[in-house]
Design a protein around this ligand. Structure first.
Ligand code: ZN
Length: 392
């Protein structure tokens, strides 16, 4: 599937030059809307939700959606990318040097993560509309606030997407990479309150928060709930990564704060890990008492960073992805992300989503680069996926 490569190069350079870190994506959205309209998209096809009003950070725009009726029959396909960059990329001055694009501003990153994704999806939409190419029903989605916690995808109203059957996301990495899963992560803070007393004069009057923490950690470690966890064939991990407490050796410590995380591809098992951690600390608190029988207290605070997912290699979106990457002359490679992607939230809502890279290297760094040949391959892959009409 051919497309105008010069335009594709121009679009990505223009997009990377737009300042727009998380919460400030409005100029990026305006750029996309302008080009969609110029290519022939009707105003009624384009909508922007108001998720920025419900995100922790008040953003200046919401997720952008463009819904195209099909010219041929076939299951609806969704193509998406996030619009924000990390703050270090604000001030990017994209220049091309041979096959690479970099920022000429030495104090900024390039912003190819994820303006290259925006460009790839925009090229697919504008080529299809501008050249009148046949295509199945399509939904284009550009999300906000991905980099600071997947907020746009997390709060997205599924109904606005018009029930896509095959979903494709473009984000950082190589063009031949198909990310078909990611680990779900839960982060927690554990606050133990004991009772302070003089460690030499009246230790029996105190309740040591450190002793409670020690008992709980030892219990988790002994029973196999800390580190790599394997129970009844289920896999996960947990880590108590931070521990703070105490001020002096002559005081029974009355406060310890710990930070921990739990991960698993299996959301039910991840919850079980979290429950085990909470139970270990709660029980340890009952086992440390002072002479009057006073216990320590434990409080937990936690939140799910992102939901886990794993798409079967037989799923139509994975099959279509493999085919499109192969058609572009590349060898498909599968990956499972250890962090969060917008695809985590779509997949968690019953919209399994394959993520591709578009040639970004060193994302989130000043040394970020975009490989032009890979970016153009990503455009080709997006064109193939957006115009395929077989009833997969
Ligand atoms: Zn990204």
């Amino acid at each position: 599937m051919s497309f105008d490569q010069d335009t594709a190069v121009q679009r990505v350079m223009e997009l990377m030059a737009i300042p727009g870190d998380s919460g400030r994506e409005a100029d990026v959205a305006d750029y996309l809307i302008g080009h969609l309209r110029a290519a022939g998209a009707k105003a009624s096809w384009i909508s922007s939700d108001q998720v920025q009003k419900r995100t922790p950070l008040q953003g200046n725009t919401g997720n952008l959606v463009c819904v195209l009726p099909g010219t041929v029959r076939g299951p609806r396909r969704l193509l998406m990318a996030h619009m924000d960059t990390v703050p270090i990329c604000v001030g990017s001055k994209p220049v091309r040097k041979g096959n690479k694009m970099i920022s000429a501003n030495p104090s900024s990153g390039l912003g190819a993560d994820n303006r290259a994704g925006c460009a790839v999806t925009l090229i697919a939409a504008s080529e299809i509309l501008g050249r009148g190419l046949d295509h199945p029903p399509l939904t284009f989605l550009w999300t906000v606030q991905e980099e600071i916690g997947l907020h746009g995808a997390r709060l997205l109203a599924k109904g606005s997407l018009k029930s896509p059957k095959l979903c494709f996301n473009w984000d950082g990495g190589a063009a031949n990479k198909l990310t078909i899963g990611a680990t779900g992560g839960y982060r927690m803070e554990i606050r133990i309150t004991g009772l302070a007393s003089h460690a030499g004069g009246a230790p029996e009057a105190g309740v040591s928060a450190i002793a409670i923490a020690g008992l709980a950690i030892a219990d988790l470690q002994r029973r196999g709930w800390h580190g790599a966890i394997k129970k009844r064939g289920r896999l996960g991990t947990s880590n108590i990564g931070v521990i703070h407490g105490g001020a002096a050796t002559n005081v029974v410590c009355d406060e310890v704060t710990l930070r921990a995380e739990a991960r698993s591809h299996d959301p039910v098992f991840r919850e079980e890990i979290v429950n085990e951690i909470e139970a270990a600390f709660s029980q340890a608190a009952t086992r440390v008492t002072n002479q009057e029988g006073v216990n320590g207290q434990v409080k937990f605070r936690g939140n799910l960073d992102y939901e886990a997912f794993k798409i079967s290699q037989d799923h139509p979106c994975v099959k279509a992805g493999i085919q499109a990457v192969s058609q572009a002359g590349l060898e498909p490679e599968f990956a499972v992300a250890n962090g969060g992607l917008d695809a985590n939230w779509l997949s968690a809502r019953g919209l399994p989503t394959v993520s591709f890279g578009c040639g970004q290297v060193n994302q989130h760094m000043k040394t970020e680069e975009l490989m032009v040949d890979e970016y153009l391959k990503a455009c080709q892959i997006a064109m193939t996926l957006a115009t395929a009409s077989e009833n997969t």
